[in-house]
Design a protein around this ligand. Sequence first.
Ligand SMILES: Nc1ncnc2c1ncn2[C@@H]1O[C@H](COP(=O)(O)OP(=O)(O)OP(=O)(O)O)[C@@H](O)[C@H]1O
Ligand SMILES: [Mg+2]
Length: 226
Amino acid sequence: MSIPLLEVRDLHKSYQLKGRPPLEILHGIDFRLSAGECRPVCGPSGAGKSTLLHILGGLENPDRGEIFWKGESTSGWDRSRRAVWRRKAVGFVFQSYHLIPELTVEENVRLPAMLAGVQLGEAWEDLLDEVGMTLRRDHLPAELSGGEQQRVAVARALVLEPDLILADEPTGNLDGASAAAVLDLLVKMVRHRQKSLLLVTHDETVAGRVGTPFRITDGRMTETRS
Ligand SMILES: Nc1ncnc2c1ncn2[C@@H]1O[C@H](COP(=O)(O)OP(=O)(O)OP(=O)(O)O)[C@@H](O)[C@H]1O
Ligand SMILES: [Mg+2]
């Protein structure tokens, strides 16, 4: 069997709130994601979907458990190794777009490269074209619709060609037609580049358009392979 892009073993996470018993969210999450695989992550509100995505993206630490990246355990990575990995290997798309309001569309898309100190070729302009935002490149986020902002966020997530895209309810703020268009665009672009996608959603219709769902139930991940 080939080495998965991402493998998670026995991941646990709880939150300690002052004067209250710990809130146990993830109770031993196990799963594998292959290179080029697109999977939705489903589960009810409060199940721990965002928590899991934050841990996978290195934005939060688990209490215990192990994460392997291309077969290598990430446990021994120091802060700077983690930061470099996060910038180069992972692209994020959030529900509320998270564009920088003071930067134009073009600057927002190029931002990851600037932060990583990477010189971009001209491919990023094709990316802008692919998300249909070339004519709006000088606009600020506040001048765009929700769907347009999310398309900019999709281009930004892909600009450094990361192997893994983590998307947390990326269409949660959009209305039906716009949500479907952004979702289809994201999935098409990820597939075309043969990258991997974990997309959090509680919407079964959205999940069905992405792939075979992982489900978080009672803090554990279950698979529904068709
Ligand atoms: N920083 C935190 N401190 C304390 N509790 C937290 C923290 N972050 C999340 N939680 C709790 O952890 C649980 C899981 O939260 P999480 O945001 O991962 O759920 P979710 O599955 O993404 O839900 P939703 O579908 O509503 O976005 C919730 O009960 C939440 O209140
Ligand atoms: Mg969430």
